[in-house]
Design a protein around this ligand. Sequence first.
Ligand code: 5GP
Length: 226
Amino acid sequence: MTTLKSSTALLVLAFAFFFCFIMSTTGSYVYFQFVQQWPPTTCRFSSKPSNQQRRLQIFTIHGLWPSNYSNPRMPSNCTGSQFNFTKVYPQLRSKLKKSWPDVESGNDTRFWESEWNKHGTCSEEKLNQMQYFERSHEMWNFHNITKILENASIVPSATQKWSYSDIVSAIKARTQTTPSLRCKRDKKTQLLHLHEVVLCYEYNALKQIDCNRTATCGNQQAIWFQ
Ligand code: 5GP
């Protein structure tokens, strides 16, 4: 009897693992996180030699990530088509060089390739490669986060700091939906730095929806934007 019980439990466990694995690799997602990064923060915390030639002071695309509420990092690395550079047409390529540069090492194509392979493949049921990059550029163009913050007097500063809600409210006032923020903590000073702004979109990547708050910006702690 005990053997039967434990083998049933084992079977259920194995099935659960198998189900989770399938869910994470077949591109089953609920919504999109459109993640834009603040390049100076990326470079400040990067272990890679950051691209100093392009000291960008605008939010640029990190990625368009099909996500699940139970685990926003999933799905990833799905079994879709591999990145094909010729599918990103010359006109789109020049737009992406502005909106989606590789701020860490300057190899834009390789950055697009890794984002497509890790995230884009999981939403291929909805957006093919061309549409995935085209739509990401449109999202970036539609809400200019740098300008939105600037208009709310939230600009890079060595002395002034903001609360999570100061930054979120400024963006929400323009986009009518709640963004989420991602921060990096300086291990030496313990200060929090604004790293990324996330806008969320429903399954079709057309309509914007509210994002859930992520934990990386702490609770109630001041945020530096430099
Ligand atoms: P994800 O792979 O989940 O899209 O994002 C995490 C990875 O993206 C990290 O390894 C981070 O170093 C990388 N990343 C963030 N921004 C850039 C960038 O501008 N260029 C490159 N090459 N990698 C980046």
